[in-house]
Design a protein around this ligand. Structure first.
Ligand SMILES: NC(=O)N[C@@H](CC(=O)O)C(=O)O
Ligand SMILES: [Zn+2]
Ligand SMILES: [Zn+2]
Length: 355
């Protein structure tokens, strides 16, 4: 049987939520990834070191026994985040801070209303080496939803990149050719994550033949032309582009709704979805670097030791999954994937534990 063995991958952008969602989300993430950068957009958000450490404990409680999964924590920037908050978070091991422009996406009401409000925080981040993660969309009502990423790059990102020349910045979940081009040409220390769904789909998948709420996420799926540019970037071997699923669960009734929530749940089959996208592009040989090397290199962390193995054995993504008391519809529910994740090598530390 055809096999694909990869250095154990990491997810550089995931939403695990909280409470009784964690059993589902942490279990799925830990089966796929060794480390994950956990987004802080809870209600209320994770805004400082204390919040991040408590949230990390709640996540750790749900890691299956013997699984080496490591949640990497992020704080949420608000208009009130000052240099001291940044320094304390940095000392506590928080590796990044996340900018959500207020109103841009799910649970972003406490986000930043004007980039100038966080300039002291960005200064402190540049100083201590904490990374800046961006939901890169402007939110003003005059800007069309399909243009919001591009306008963010022109109006906000290009300025931040220049004003903080040593700040390490990740433009998260990019969705446009404009973003791929900007990041490709930007100075060192500017990178981007790309989701599996933005590689596999474009807005036709969401809107032709009926409106399909499970494909609705932010930034919204764009034209096929942009999808092609993202596939090109992800499979190019440029280390500025690496894996971030943006897996974002919402209960079925919150998605299949007259005002449905934004977010696609991909953690259940993330690496298999990426394998599908890379295989379709004829670039499976580039998957390992994208999934397991460029991310840790950017963050200055070691690459993982273990491996994962996928086999070429078609399987069907289930129609729904339990999440606490709710049901969750995974992205591409009912669709067949060619690659199946079979096992993760047990790391040395766990072998010792079970002796
Ligand atoms: N991507 C989404 O559509 N939703 C995310 C938020 C985000 O990453 O923007 C969520 O938390 O649900
Ligand atoms: Zn986002
Ligand atoms: Zn996200």
């Amino acid at each position: 049987m055809e096999k694909l063995t990869l250095r154990a991958p990491d997810d550089w952008h995931i939403h695990l939520r909280d409470g009784d969602a964690l059993e589902r989300t942490v279990g799925d993430a830990a089966r796929q990834f060794r480390r994950a950068i956990v987004m802080p957009n809870l209600v209320p958000p994770v805004v400082d070191a204390e919040d991040a450490l408590f949230y990390q404990l709640r996540i750790r409680e749900q890691i299956p026994a013997g699984n080496p999964f490591e949640p990497l924590m992020v704080i949420y920037l608000t208009d009130n985040t000052d240099a001291e908050v940044i320094e304390l978070a940095h000392k506590a091991g928080v590796i990044a801070a996340k900018l959500y422009p207020a109103g841009a996406t799910t649970n972003s009401d406490s986000g930043v209303t004007d980039i100038n409000n966080i300039y002291p925080a960005l200064e402190a981040m540049q100083e201590c080496g904490m990374k800046l993660l961006l939901h890169g969309e402007v939110t003003t009502s005059d800007i069309d939803i399909f243009d919001r990423e591009q306008v963010f790059i022109e109006k906000i990102l290009s300025r931040v990149v220049e004003d903080f020349p040593a700040l390490r910045i990740v433009l998260e979940h990019i969705t446009t050719a404009n973003a791929a081009e900007f990041v490709g040409k930007a100075r060192d220390g500017v990178a981007a994550t790309i989701t599996a769904h933005h590689l596999l789909y474009n807005r036709n998948h969401m809107l032709v033949g009926g409106i399909r709420p499970h494909y609705y996420c932010l930034p919204i799926l764009k034209r096929g032309y942009h999808q092609s540019a993202l596939i090109e970037a992800a499979t190019s071997g440029n280390p500025k582009f690496f894996l971030g699923t943006d897996s974002a669960p919402h209960a079925q009734d919150r998605k299949e709704n007259a005002c449905g929530c934004a977010g696609c749940y991909t953690a259940f089959s993330a690496i298999e979805l990426y394998a599908e996208a890379f295989e379709r592009a004829g670039k499976l040989d580039r998957l390992e670097a994208f999934a397991s090397e460029y991310g840790p290199d950017f963050y200055g962390l070691p690459r993982n030791d273990g491996t994962i193995t996928l086999v070429r054995e078609p399987w069907q993504i289930p129609a729904s999954l339990p999440m606490g008391d709710a049901q969750l519809v995974p992205l591409a529910a009912g669709e067949t994937l060619n690659w199946r994740l079979v096992d993760s090598e047990q790391p040395t530390a766990d072998k010792k534990d079970s002796e």
